[in-house]
Design a protein around this ligand. Structure first.
Ligand code: URA
Length: 216
């Protein structure tokens, strides 16, 4: 048998990381990442975007359909809502570094037009992709990390993370051996799916205002 992919328990991005950590070098290396099978169906790696000296890093789950097509994080409907909420809370979206826990779009084809429907990444895929996020944190060294939803929370803080318990609070946690300040909130996609969208949006803005106060 010819094995083209590592076994599930050996998924990891580690062999693909460059020796010297710069955002440009990381982005280039991540484009060739084959650390787990998600690269096979996605169009491209969607690496983080923003300045190396950004004070705040926003971490989402994984790119969606639009992000996969355009190669940039949070450019679809969830991203537009996020930008609006950030601006309303007093954080300039253009000054944030935005990234995801998982850098490839995971989806299933469904319905008559065989649309690409988002599928949640597995813990193994999240863990495999973790070295990219760790490297982004090490390079950007943000003063604050805004954790967008459960997947980002689990990727950064472990599988017991529950966004409902800690949203809108300031956490001080050690991540990859470095103390980090974090404000968790819900994922902007959950606002788009909420029955009471306005209340969910207000909740997101309220949590981001907590983040804005930390940065002020
Ligand atoms: N949802 C995410 O978590 N990230 C994106 O980049 C887009 C949608």
């Amino acid at each position: 048998m010819v094995r083209t992919e590592a076994p599930e328990d050996a998924y990891t991005a580690v062999p693909f990381l460059p020796g010297r950590l710069t955002l440009g070098g990381l982005r280039e290396a991540a484009a060739g990442c084959r650390g787990c099978p998600l690269h096979r169906d996605a169009m491209q790696t969607v690496f983080g975007a923003g300045a190396e000296d950004a004070r705040v890093m926003l971490v989402g789950e994984q790119p969606g359909d639009q992000e996969d097509r355009q190669g940039r994080p949070f450019v679809g409907p969830a991203g537009r809502l996020l930008d609006r909420a950030l601006a309303e809370a007093g954080i300039d979206p253009g000054e944030a570094y935005v990234t995801n826990a998982v850098k490839h779009f995971k989806f299933a084809r469904s319905g008559p037009g065989k649309r690409r429907i988002h599928k949640a990444p597995s813990l193994r895929e999240m863990t495999a992709c973790g070295p990219w996020l760790a490297a982004e944190l090490a390079v950007v060294e943000p003063e604050l990390v805004v954790v967008l939803g459960a997947t980002a929370g689990k990727a950064l803080l472990g599988s017991s993370f529950r966004v409902g318990r800690v949203r809108g609070t300031v956490l001080e946690e050690e991540i990859h051996g470095r103390p980090r300040r974090l404000v968790p909130t819900v994922h902007p996609s959950s606002v788009l799916r909420a029955d009471d969208r306005e209340a969910a949006y207000r909740g997101l803005v309220g949590d981001l205002e907590v983040a804005a106060r930390v940065l002020s």
